[in-house]
Each structure stands twice: as C-alpha cells, then as structure tokens.
Design a binder for this molecule. Structure first.
Ligand code: SIN
Length: 190
C-alpha cells in the first residue's frame, strides 16, 4: 500500500453526509489540536496498544531518514487512552493530509473515561502493510532513533516528550511510551 493514504481514506469513507464525527487521537492528535473542534473529551478504545512502530517521512523525519511515531497494534483486552474530538466532516480534509503517511481511518467504539457510555468514532491507524511502517524494536533502540531524528514539524523527541506529558495529564500509564521517554532522557543526560 502506498504510504500516501489521502485518496484511499476519502474514497473508502466519505463523511459529508454526517453532521459531526468523533475522532479519537492517541498520538500527536492528543497534544496538537491544530483544527477546529466542537468539543473534546478524554476517551479510550479497547483492543489496541500504542507503539512507536510507524515511520514518519513528513513530520518528524524525512523519506531518507524517517522518524518514529505512534501507531496502534491490535492487543485483545488492552485499552488505549487518548483524547476524542467532535468535529465537522470538512475538518477531515486537513486531518487526512496531516495523517497521510500511512494512516487509514476506520470507525470503532470510543468509551468515555468519565462516564459509562460510548460512541462510534474514527481512529487513524498505520498498519504493517504501509510503506512507511518500521515495526518493533527495543525501547532503547527506539529512543536512540528518536533522539537523532527531525522533520518539518520539528525534533522527533518533541513528539515523544509532548505525548508522554499528555498521557501524564490524562493520568494514564503507558509502559512503552514512558520506557522510551526514560531511555531518551538518560541518553541525553549521558
Ligand atoms: C493520532 O495521534 O491519533 C495518530 C498518530 C499521530 O498523528 O501522531
């Protein structure tokens, strides 16, 4: 699959007939809401885990030297905490462009953190079949990769540190993200 997913997302899933759509963010979409939204609420999805396994050619790296950013990996029984935004469908032209480097969007159930209720919402996932996918590596290796990467949106380390801080604000534990953060900070101070 080509790593530019704009056309695929728009063809597979037209949204214009909807009044508003919920979007679940688990990576940079938690801390960088550079789009208008009607409301936002902390939420989680079940059956998925955050992993720094996706290459970034356009934000935190380049095609020659991709950075490492978050995607979701199927993990039955696990939950991934993030931020949900209610947006109008036109916002997806911006979002599809922003998430074009391998991410496909699909509908899943979003559960609120502060209420026992749920709603259907979209989430962008970069699966193993996209050209920018990097896959697993040790958390120390991922930290070293992030420490040396940079792209048009800034240093890759900024992505990691902002995400880790947002997860602390959401009072959620994410052993993978926090282990990479620890390894990066140790490397920087060493
Ligand atoms: C997301 O944040 O939900 C998708 C991945 C990213 O843009 O970092």
């Amino acid at each position: 699959m080509s790593h530019n997913t704009i056309a695929l997302n728009q063809r597979q899933q037209p949204l214009d007939h909807l009044e508003s759509v919920w979007l679940f963010g688990y990576g940079s979409l938690i801390y960088k809401a550079d789009f208008p939204y009607l409301q936002r609420r902390p939420a989680c999805i079940w059956g998925w885990q955050r992993r720094f396994w996706q290459g970034s050619h356009d934000h935190r790296g380049t095609p020659e030297a991709p950075g490492r950013v978050a995607t979701l990996i199927e993990a039955p029984g696990k939950r991934c905490v993030g931020m949900a935004y209610e947006v109008t469908p036109d916002v997806f032209s911006h979002l599809d462009h922003r998430e074009k480097n391998g991410y496909l969007r699909f509908f899943t159930e979003l559960q609120w953190l502060d209420e026992a209720d749920s709603v259907q919402g979209l989430v962008y996932v970069a699966g193993p079949d996209n050209e920018a996918y990097l896959g697993p590596a040790s958390e120390e290796e991922i930290a070293r990769h992030i420490a040396r990467s940079e792209g048009p949106s800034g240093p890759n380390s900024e992505y990691l540190l902002n995400l880790a801080n947002s997860l602390r604000e959401l009072e959620t534990d994410d052993a993978h993200v926090f282990a990479i953060e620890r390894a990066l900070l140790t490397e920087k101070s060493g």
